[in-house]
Design a protein around this ligand. Structure first.
Ligand code: CAA
Length: 392
């Protein structure tokens, strides 16, 4: 049913995929509905995921990670999200939005201090770009960092921080030179246990309810100069480069959710009877299944393509912005299409909390919003296409 035969995977890739599948089935599946309902953060399973090496898959073993490649990361994430997108969100932010940025832009001392504990799953990492008045237009933030000797004093309010309530360390983007607009943004590595880091309101959410999301308020937080990530003014480009990585992960998350909804629908179509036959024998259902499967397989190839482009960029340093945006756009819209059809195929049972179908439907929606909305992905893709024609 997974239909992955077209894409040859190495033994190592098959192994991590199987390990993630086994872990998700054994450890996450029994608790997913309960944690979705309560909105509680699943600390125990996340800790176990760290022990399995899932929280820093692409980070070299010397820095506490699993030392694998991007394809290994997306395969594992897809399997986790196929069972529960909340666990997948926590895993994806830790891997892509925290570890990747630090690995790429951090100093050796920063890697020892911040990357080691997060990649090994002992601590949790988060990423904070968005503010109440600065979402898609990320260059317009109002929070500020002002240099005072060997520290920066940070003030302001950040919002929609995945893992905000539980994070130990946060990659923060804030303004050091507001007159320079996006070129005045600087990145900092924040220790959430220091004075001046104040937990803001936790967001009540439609989906991915077990992943904790909140505001963070900075009140005269004093960040040592050595915890600045990159140079002053590099922040916007770091944020965007890290989001390229993040978008490959969100695409894999969307694929996992879509696959779960599709496989449940396929089984239901051969079990459920109406008007004297199984519902899969009606063209109205079978054509839906065909469209769901086709989009899933197309999304998979776009994601693996983006994963390969990301992996290649580790040596060539070429951007893979377009590949990541295309994969995220298509996979997230596929997740919405497939989960919507899955609810319809299941009828009343698709709407019931007795089955996970309604959870897949709620969880799918966020993939069209966070780490850049579908509209932002279209902007990114079309801008690049048009600029290449103009400069040709
Ligand atoms: N990599 C490296 N550099 C990049 C880049 C990338 N992917 N994208 C842009 N840049 C550079 C550009 O080259 C440009 O450089 P110069 O200053 O040298 O010219 C600079 O950044 C500005 O680029 P743009 O002119 O394209 O910037 P813009 O203001 O028009 O914005 C945007 C572009 C695509 C709309 C961008 O703002 C964007 O992606 N917005 C969406 C933000 C987003 O995804 N937010 C989600 C936050 S995370 C989250 O969801 C929460 C969570 O915890 C999961």
């Amino acid at each position: 049913m997974s239909g992955n035969s077209l894409f040859p995977l190495s033994e190592e890739h098959e192994m991590i995929r199987q390990a993630a599948r086994d872990f998700a089935t054994k450890e996450i599946a029994p608790i997913a509905a309960e944690f979705d309902e309560s909105g509680e953060f699943p600390s125990k399973t996340i800790k176990k995921m760290g022990e399995m090496g899932f929280m820093g898959i692409e980070v070299p073993e010397d820095y506490g990670g699993a030392g694998m490649d991007t394809l290994a990361y997306v395969l594992a994430l897809e399997e986790i999200c196929k069972v529960d997108a909340s666990h997948g969100t926590i895993m994806s932010v830790n891997n892509s939005l925290f570890c990747y940025g630090l690995l790429r832009f951090g100093t050796e001392a920063q890697k020892q201090k911040f990357l080691q504990p997060v990649a090994s799953g002992k601590k949790i990492g988060a990423y904070s770009l968005t503010e109440p008045m600065s979402g898609s237009d990320a260059g317009t933030m109002r929070s500020r960092a002002v240099r005072d000797g060997d520290v920066y004093v940070i003030n302001g309010r950040k919002s929609w921080v995945t893992s905000g309530p539980v994070a130990d360390f946060v990659v923060l983007f804030t303004m050091t030179a507001p007159d320079k607009k996006h070129r005045g943004i600087t990145a900092f590595l924040i220790d959430a246990h220091r004075p001046g880091y104040v937990h803001g309101k936790k967001e009540p959410k439609l989906g991915i309810r077990a992943s904790a999301t909140s505001e963070i308020v900075f009140e005269d937080y004093r960040c040592p100069v050595e915890d600045r990530l990159g140079e002053e003014g590099d922040g916007f480009k770091i944020a965007m480069a890290v989001l390229d990585a993040g978008r490959v992960g969100i695409a894999a998350q969307a694929l996992g959710v879509a696959e779960a909804a599709y496989e449940a629908s396929l089984l239901y179509a051969v079990e459920r009877e109406a008007f004297g036959q199984t519902i899969g024998d009606f063209q109205g259902i079978s054509f839906k299944l065909a469209d769901m499967k086709t989009r899933i397989e197309a999304a998979r190839l776009l994601i693996y393509n983006a994963a390969i482009a990301k992996e290649r960029s580790k040596t060539t340093h070429e951007r893979y912005t377009r590949e990541a945006a295309i994969a995220k756009l298509f996979a997230s819209e596929t997740a919405m299409f497939v989960t919507h059809a899955a609810v319809q195929i299941h009828g009343g049972m698709g709407y019931s909390k007795e089955l996970p179908i309604e959870r897949y439907f709620r969880d799918a929606k966020i993939t069209e919003i966070y780490e850049g909305t579908s509209e932002i992905q279209r902007l990114v893709i079309s801008r690049q296409e048009l600029s290449e024609v103009k400069t040709a």
